[in-house]
Design a protein around this ligand. Structure first.
Ligand code: XMP
Length: 509
């Protein structure tokens, strides 16, 4: 495998991803792991990522210079290249002009790294330049503004590129990464999801041995895939805990029960916490307060169940790479940590003690879905829309009650049903009904009604960061509206949200 050492670049995740796309296996580790740890990973090659720091600054992130003596090929990218230069006796300094954006790479010298790579566009993003090359190194590629866009010590198999081969804009990037893996590291492109499954299973077995593992289950894609993988590895040593907040979609808790107990045969504990959630949320209409109450109560309920079940040596979580990177800085444990529910203090303590299993932590969402397919999980389940942790509570724009949850749940179920029938479910990123605490006048038969409004929020998006309202055909909208008004008591009007994000958000709270 390729070990990617992370120096904090926003693109580090992409390096591993591109390599996996080429069917070589790559995993990311923080730059500060020890030489011994690196060796124990048994890498076929090491990649030093980019990063925001400058190598000549005090406190700039380092790597044990021993990596250059392991006899394992090394590729430095951007900051990685500068670090190679710095640690091998070269000189790096601030460049007068920052180089950012497109550049054209031209080979200067025959090198296996650039073999077959056509002159092409690469993506630059740096403010430092090489003043003096280390001994034994020579330039193998240049761009208009970079006389050392790529260098190499061919004998030691140490390479550096100033640009980012991992980003899409670098048209020649994949070819370069492929050369590194195939020719220089002599790896075979035989990595597949089923191999990942086999490797993870034996890793989990080796770690867990005869001990017990507890997993908090939400029923979403990540926790489902984690549960199935763990169960394939350790069977009944795994227990899953699902907290029913009473804020889930229609039929969700029953579906979870059937799927996990009957279909997968996994030990599942369901905590019926609806009444406690309702009591805690009574009279609360401020969105942030709602979120806080739900988050805390959720953890309390999980902890209480865990205690009742007795000691479990390990806690498992479906944390993804993107979750980790948003919550932990590469600069080490002293750095401030943004709050993510998978990284609360108790969990951090357990991570330190080596008691947390996060088998998806190297993967991206689409990779998790493919992993799920390899584990024979139903495709519909793997490709379902995202659903927020706080559930229907943040789609009710007033204090939550059993009644308004029930109303929203029915309207939401009708909307989903019609989306699936019309084939629009797969075309939208996310869909939800919103309960508005607004009443309007209507007429049903000969009678005046004075009832609530349901808003429909359907968006298209790549990643949830930006979004457009889904351009649903009027016929589909009409069908959803008429069914909701006819079938859900207490609703006499349906409206469509046509805001984009930004400036609006996807959720209303
Ligand atoms: P916004 O409303 O910020 O939502 O545009 C972006 C995406 O994040 C989801 N979301 C949440 N997911 N816990 C979650 O697990 C939350 O508290 C939460 N808030 C928003 C939202 O559903 C959308 O996919």
């Amino acid at each position: 495998k390729i070990v990617v050492l992370d120096f904090g670049s926003q693109y580090t995740q992409l390096i591993a991803r591109r390599i996996r796309e080429l069917r070589y296996y790559a995993e990311i580790h923080p730059h500060h792991i020890s030489l011994k740890e690196i060796q124990s990973l048994n890498p076929a090659g090491i990649i030093l990522s980019g990063g925001p720091a400058s190598v000549y600054e005090k406190g700039a992130p380092q790597v044990d210079a021993g990596v250059f003596g392991l006899g394992v090929p090394v590729l430095g990218i951007c900051y990685g290249l500068q670090l190679i230069c710095h640690l091998n006796g070269g000189r790096v300094a601030a460049s007068g002009a920052r180089e950012y954006g497109r550049a054209t790479l031209k080979a200067r010298k025959a090198s296996p790294l650039l073999k077959g790579v056509k002159p092409g566009q690469v993506w630059m993003s740096h403010g430092d330049k090489i003043l003096k090359l280390p001994k034994r190194f020579s330039v193998i590629g240049v761009t208009e503004n970079s006389p050392t866009a790529a260098f190499a010590d061919e004998k030691a198999r140490i390479y550096g590129v100033q640009f980012h081969p991992e980003v899409q804009h670098s048209t020649q990037g994949k070819a370069i990464l492929k050369n590194f893996c195939s020719t220089i590291c002599a790896m075979k492109p035989n990595w597949t999801m089923s191999r990942f499954v086999e490797e993870k299973i034996s890793e989990i077995r080796a770690q867990v041995k005869g001990e017990r593992v507890l997993l908090g289950l939400s029923g979403g894609v990540d926790s489902t895939v984690t549960a199935k993988l763990l169960h394939d590895a350790i069977g009944d040593q795994l227990t899953c805990v699902y907290v029913d907040t009473g804020l889930m979609r229609k039929g969700e808790t029953d579906a979870v029960r059937t799927r996990f107990k009957k279909e997968f045969g996994i030990k599942l504990e369901i905590v019926d916490a609806e009444s406690r959630f309702m009591a805690a949320l009574a009279g609360v209409d401020e969105p942030e307060q709602k979120r806080k109450i739900i988050g805390k109560l959720f953890l309390d309920e999980f902890a209480a169940k865990a205690k009742e079940l007795g000691h479990h040596e390990f806690l498992a979580q479906g944390t993804l790479y993107t979750d980790v990177i948003e919550s932990v800085s590469v600069k080490g444990p002293s750095q401030t940590i943004k709050s993510h529910h998978n990284r609360v203090q108790g969990v951090l303590d357990m991570i330190k003690a080596g008691r947390v299993i996060e088998p998806l932590s190297e993967l991206f969402k689409d990779e998790v879905r493919r992993l799920g397919l390899a584990l024979k999980i139903n495709r519909n389940l793997l490709y379902r829309h995202p659903f927020p942790g706080p559930g229907l509570a943040i789609r009710i724009l007033t204090a939550v009650t059993r009644e308004n949850v029930a109303t929203l749940r029915e309207a939401d179920a009708i909307m989903l049903d019609e989306l699936k029938t019309s084939g629009w479910y797969e075309k939208v990123w996310q869909a939800g009904a919103i309960f508005l605490p607004v009443r309007s006048v209507g007429v049903m038969g000969d009678n005046r009604t004075y009832e609530n409004v349901i808003a429909l929020r359907l968006v298209t998006s790549e990643d949830g960061m930006t979004a457009d309202f889904a351009h649903l055909p009027y016929e589909v909208l009409a069908k959803i509206a008429s069914r909701i008004i006819n079938e859900v008591r207490g609703v006499n009007r349906v409206v469509y949200d046509i805001s984009s994000k930004p400036p609006a958000t996807i959720e209303w709270e």
